[in-house]
Design a protein around this ligand. Structure first.
Ligand SMILES: Nc1ncnc2c1ncn2[C@@H]1O[C@H](COP(=O)(O)OP(=O)(O)OP(=O)(O)O)[C@@H](O)[C@H]1O
Length: 489
């Protein structure tokens, strides 16, 4: 059943919409402010939003970019009492499904709901069908899968994409994945690092120049924008562009034409733009450091890459894959990673994210090339100390590891007894297996003897609960890269 959210502070209009949605058999939720609306969007997947513009805590249009960033973005219908052509343009450019003016009659409301949901449904079906080439992107955490889903959604369009995320989270890798999954895959992928654009040369670097345009210009030279013709232009660290350059870029984006330095004629370039930043462009717009019009143009489709500390589940896969690649690159025999080492890697908050993880592993391997495994001692002291500190702190904290799940669904309704019983049994079984492996120090034969399980039964249970011997604290055997999943034996 589709879920519809109505964000409007006018109780009469909100109730009218809610009533119509319910009559059509949809689940309808009301919110009287931006904050309430955001809380509802975070609490459950929403398919369609009716959004008022003037709300007690701000302008509804400002929320559009963050709605687009949701793992499954809803269709948005702006409903306003004050018709405003600029607002309508802004809304449509930011991906709104429609812009309507109050009052609305019942028939119109029903038609809009049906059309928007029909489209939403088709869009979802298409997104699910896309076969994505992941490039070199590693990870199976829910957050990275949701980002890959967004890559699939935008790859087969020509829309501009803004990729945000801390340094080293993979922004360039994702930009490349969008390119390789698009129809432009066989055309150039041109990278411009906006942090290192020298003021005097920037125009010639981006737009090219004619022979004799300035001292040292001995021949005509193609700029990066021309080189990207037919392909993708990736502007890395776009938050570093000066206001002057932002203005020039906006013009290029609007007109799709540029003029090389020293030439009279404008030239055309058909490129797809992907931009990336680790800065908060919304805040920069408010502080007057980034042009609002350029921001709206860039942020129509935004992908936010989560920091590594929020996807601990991916650390093991990344580490294993990096060790394999690094050993191959240096022609070393493949090394294992000790379970204790993995535990330390997982506990670290990784401020430099994936790049940092890779560098740490490379240094660890190079520091002791002949050792067949990576031990904690190969890791930098600050990373080991972080783990030791958190272990000491957690010992002092009163805690209860054994907290069974509540009998309510995430939406607050009581679960049917059968479902609740299944969840409890799953929980107890997983808890037992974790304790068992810990007691047996990761030794499968000992664990089987303790639990009175056959080997195959234990392996089946471990697989069912996505547990692996190598990742259990205290496991004795170093994980060998040639045997990454002992449960598959
Ligand atoms: N999911 C991933 N799987 C495998 N490798 C990854 C992943 N994400 C990032 N990397 C690797 O981490 C390193 C940093 O990635 P990348 O340069 O794309 O990050 P970035 O966010 O663009 O960094 P910066 O903001 O500093 O430019 C690269 O070596 C990249 O290949």
């Amino acid at each position: 059943m589709a879920h519809i959210l109505v964000i409007d502070d006018d109780p009469l209009f909100r109730d009218l919409l809610l009533e119509n949605c319910s009559v059509l058999g949809f689940e309808a939720i009301g919110a009287a402010s931006i904050e309430e609306g955001k809380a509802q969007l975070a609490a459950q997947p929403i398919d369609l939003v009716f959004l008022d513009v003037r709300l007690p805590d701000g302008n509804g249009l400002d929320v559009l970019p963050s709605m687009n960033r949701l793992p499954s973005p809803p269709e948005v219908i702006i409903v306003t009492g004050m018709g405003d052509a600029n607002g309508a343009e802004l809304a449509i450019k930011n991906g709104a499904w429609n812009y309507l003016q109050k009052p609305l009659n019942r028939q119109e409301i029903i038609l809009q709901i049906k059309r928007a949901l029909e489209y939403h449904d088709k869009k979802r079906q298409c997104a699910n069908k896309v076969i994505l080439n992941r490039d070199e992107i590693i990870g199976t955490s829910a957050s990275i899968l949701s980002c890959l889903n967004q890559v699939a959604q935008c790859s087969n369009t020509d829309t501009g994409v803004l990729i945000t995320g801390e340094t080293g989270t993979g922004k360039e890798l994702f930009a490349h994945a969008i390119h390789t999954n698009s129809a432009r895959a066989h055309q150039p992928f041109v990278v411009v690092d906006c942090t290192n654009l020298p003021d005097q040369l920037v125009a010639s670097l981006l737009f090219g120049h004619a022979k004799g345009a300035f001292t040292g210009a001995d021949s005509d030279r193609q700029g990066l924008i021309e080189q990207a013709d037919g392909g993708t232009l990736f502007l890395d660290e776009i938050g570093e562009l000066s206001l002057d350059l932002q203005k020039s870029l906006l013009r290029v984006l609007q007109e799709r034409t540029f003029r090389p330095v020293g030439k009279v004629r404008e030239q055309k370039s058909d490129f797809r733009l992907i931009a990336a930043t680790n800065r908060n462009l919304e805040a920069m717009v408010q502080q007057g450091q980034f042009r609002q019009d350029l921001y709206f143009r860039l942020s129509a489709f935004t992908i936010h890459l989560p920091p590594l500390r929020e996807r601990e589940a991916d650390i093991e896969k990344l580490a294993v894959s990096f060790v394999l690649a690094i050993c191959r690159h240096h022609h070393f025999s493949i090394k294992g990673i000790l379970p204790e080492t993995l535990e330390i890697l997982k506990a670290y908050p990784w401020p430099g994210n994936i790049r940092d993880l890779r560098n740490v592993l490379e240094k660890a391997i190079l520091s002791d090339p002949s050792n067949p495994a990576i031990y904690p001692v190969h890791l930098p002291p600050e990373i080991r100390l972080h783990h030791i500190r958190s272990m000491v702190e957690s010992r002092h904290e009163p805690h209860n590891h054994f907290q069974p799940p509540p009998p309510h669904s995430p939406r607050g309704t009581i679960l049917p007894y059968k479902e609740y019983r299944r969840q409890q049994l799953d929980f107890i079984e997983k808890h037992y297996l974790q304790s068992l492996l810990q007691e047996a120090e990761g030794d499968i034969s000992t664990a089987c003897a303790m639990a009175q399980f056959s080997r195959s039964h234990l392996y089946n249970l471990l697989k069912l609960h996505s547990l692996s011997v190598a990742t259990m604290p205290g496991a004795r055997t170093p994980e060998r890269l040639s045997d990454p999943d002992p449960t598959t034996k």
